[in-house]
Structure formats: structure tokens, C-alpha cells
Ligand binder design. Structure first.
Ligand code: AHR
Length: 369
């Protein structure tokens, strides 16, 4: 697709978005948009049926630059694969992929490189939520639509669309589940250790805020909260020091992703501390990738709150909308599930809404990414 056409469509789309009153994150949704948090149904994957519909059906190869956070977790691997599968050469795309290795300076450089290359679209999964306005203005000036996935950008609205998860709801869900679970088990006192994700990432900020809100409301103690950088090594290192400093003083560990939970389990094992359904420490995780769910099924992790990494099909829908002159939704929330080991609670209330809890089975694990 030719750049000028994309630039024109972007201007039209952005103007329409502004006229519709949803130009900024957190602004009022247009009257016909789904409620802000309503999860969107997954679009059909690119394939034979979708081919006639694909933006590349005209024969032009569509060039996409993707500035990915890094390769820190199983979740990240699934996210990268989702983009590589959807934006493949056989689907008519030329995907320029940059693994930014969790370095914000590298990520800004990658985006500027995509502008230099004159790509048709840029996808960014922002390592941190701030520091984006200048480079997004450069993208806008170059007429290149930017689509943000997963983590959010807080200091600029110069992107066409964002596709991802509500991290604060994930944190609230973990807290509400813990409250209901503790009541079922007759546990009266909660002393929690939190292993946070990477500092400055909206996934960390949202999950921390959500869980803390419930902890404050319920009068729980958060004994300590430190970053494990969303990695297994980080989780192990933080948990090792927690075990030394707080032995006998905690009964809950909240890891903000599965890989940190794997590291935390290793460290607790080393320290002779039991965890999970049969143990002394309740272990909570986020992401619910395959390996995480295996540990939920075995009872090592008590509950795992999904973060859906499969954004690419939704991003392709955004591109199709732009290519046909339409206005994509500014925010697209993906569907997510909450997984547990024990069949003792079937639902929890979060933000006044009832959500199902899913007991993990082999079939569920087999179907997960
Ligand atoms: O931004 C999403 C988070 O980043 C995932 O929970 C984590 O695994 C990843 O590294």
C-alpha cells in the first residue's frame, strides 16, 4: 500500500476519532462503542477464507515494524509468535521485528528506524508507559499509523488504536479471589509478599494498584513488594531474599507473571517453605501460559490470572479498518480467563461484575498458548 494513501487515511481516521470524542485514553467512549472494558471476540485468523479480505489482497506487500519489549517470559514468546504468524509473508506482510531486550532507548531507536524505512504501519508494545509523545509525533508527521499492543502509553494519544488487557482488573481479580478463598479456608490473616514486574511497565502498575486496593480495603499486610523484572531469575532472586528476611512472616506470595512464579517456587523449595494447595503459602500468578497452567493443575500455583498475548489478529482487524478508510476502535480489550486448582469457588465479583473461575484440566492446558 502506498504511503500517501495510508497517511491520508490516518488523518481521516484520527480526525474522525477526535470528532467522536474518544481521542484520549480514558475519555468518553463514542455512543456506539462497546463499554470500555468489554472484551472483544477474537477475529478469524488470516487464512483462505480471510484472504479476500486481507489488506494485502490487492497484491501489495504491507510492511509492518514491530518494536517488541523483549523475550523475558513465556508470555512474551507467545506474543511474538502471534505477530509472526499473522503478519507472515504468506499472508502478504513484510514484518520488521525488533526485540528491544527491555531497553527503552533501544525501543525508541527501533521506532525511529521504522520511520526511516518508511514502513506502512508500526506496532509498539511499550516497555514503559511514559516518554512517548515526541516519537509518536514523529510517526504522525511521517503519516505512519501506530498501533499499541499489550502495555499502555500514558503520556500521548498519538496512536490509532490499542489492543490489550486491563491490568488493574487483573490485580483486583487476584485480590478478590484471595479474599473469597481465604474465607472458604478459614484463613483470617493475610501477610503477602509481592514480586512485581518491570518497573514503569503498565502491566506492573495496574496489577500492583489492583491488588493493593483490595489489600487496603481488607486490612491485609503487604510485607514487601519488589521488582522481579518479569523473569524467572528475577523471581528467584527476590524470593530468595524474601525467604531470608521474612521467614515465618508471610502466607501469600503474589508473582506478577508465571516466570517469576517459577523462580519463586525454586527459591521457596530451596528454603524449605511449602506452597500451593497443600502448602503453607498461597501462590498467585498472572499470565496463565501453558507452563503456568501446568503448575496450577499440579496444585503448586493456587490461582493464575490470564493476560492474553494473542493481540495480532485484533491488530490485523485494525489495519483492515484503516485500509478501507474506516475508524478503528481506540481501545480493544481481549477476553481473558481466571484459572484455579480447587473446585471450591465457581465465581468471584470484581468491580461489581460476576466472573467465572475455571478449574484447570488437561484439555484446557492443551488448548492454551
Ligand atoms: O506486559 C505483559 C507482561 O509482560 C506479561 O505479564 C509478562 O509475562 C510480560 O513479560
Amino acid at each position: 500500500m502506498k504511503r500517501k494513501l495510508i497517511g491520508l487515511l490516518l488523518c481521516v481516521a484520527m480526525t474522525a476519532t477526535m470528532l467522536a470524542g474518544c481521542g484520549s485514553k480514558g475519555g468518553d467512549a463514542p455512543a456506539d462503542a462497546p463499554a470500555a472494558d468489554t472484551p472483544a471476540e477474537a477475529p478469524a485468523e488470516s487464512g483462505d477464507d480471510a484472504e479476500a479480505d486481507a489488506p494485502a489482497a490487492s497484491g501489495d506487500v504491507i510492511t509492518i515494524g514491530f518494536a517488541q519489549v523483549g523475550h523475558e517470559s513465556d508470555w512474551r514468546t507467545a506474543s511474538t509468535k502471534s505477530c509472526q504468524d499473522v503478519f507472515s509473508a504468506e499472508n502478504g506482510y513484510d514484518l520488521q521485528f525488533v526485540d528491544c531486550d527491555n531497553d527503552s532507548a533501544v525501543q525508541l531507536e527501533a521506532v525511529r528506524g521504522f520511520i526511516e524505512q518508511d514502513v506502512d504501519y508500526i506496532i509498539i508494545d511499550p516497555i514503559v508507559s511514559t516518554g512517548w509523545d515526541t516519537v509518536l509525533t514523529e510517526c504522525e508527521d511521517a503519516g505512519i499509523p501506530v498501533i499499541v499492543i499489550d502495555r499502555t502509553i500514558d503520556d500521548s494519544d498519538k496512536y490509532v488504536s490499542w489492543v490489550g488487557s486491563n491490568f488493574k482488573t487483573e490485580g483486583l481479580a487476584a485480590g478478590e479471589w484471595l479474599k473469597a478463598y481465604a474465607a472458604e479456608k478459614g484463613i483470617n490473616e493475610i501477610n503477602a509478599l509481592v514480586i512485581e514486574g518491570s518497573t514503569g511497565a503498565s502491566a506492573t502498575i495496574g496489577r500492583t494498584e489492583g491488588f493493593k486496593e483490595i489489600a487496603d480495603r481488607e486490612g491485609w499486610t503487604i510485607v514487601d513488594s519488589q521488582s522481579g523484572d518479569f523473569t524467572q531469575d528475577g523471581g528467584a532472586e527476590v524470593m530468595e531474599s524474601y525467604c531470608k528476611s521474612y521467614e515465618g512472616k508471610f502466607n501469600v506470595v503474589v508473582c506478577q507473571n508465571d516466570n517469576e512464579a517459577f523462580g519463586a517456587m525454586d527459591a521457596m523449595k530451596q528454603a524449605g517453605i511449602s506452597y500451593g494447595v497443600e502448602g503453607d503459602v498461597i501462590l498467585i500468578s498472572f499470565d496463565a501460559c501453558t507452563a503456568g497452567l501446568e503448575f496450577v493443575k499440579s496444585g503448586d500455583i493456587n490461582a493464575d490470572f490470564e493476560c492474553n498475548p494473542l493481540a495480532a489478529p485484533f491488530v490485523e482487524e485494525v489495519i483492515k479498518t484503516l485500509a478501507s478508510g474506516g475508524t478503528p476502535e481506540k481501545e480493544v480489550y481481549m477476553e481473558e480467563h481466571w484459572f484455579v486448582n480447587e473446585d471450591i469457588l465457581s465465581t468471584i465479583e470484581v468491580n461489581g461484575e460476576t466472573h467465572n473461575l475455571t478449574v484447570v484440566t488437561d484439555d484446557i492446558i492443551a488448548a492454551q498458548y
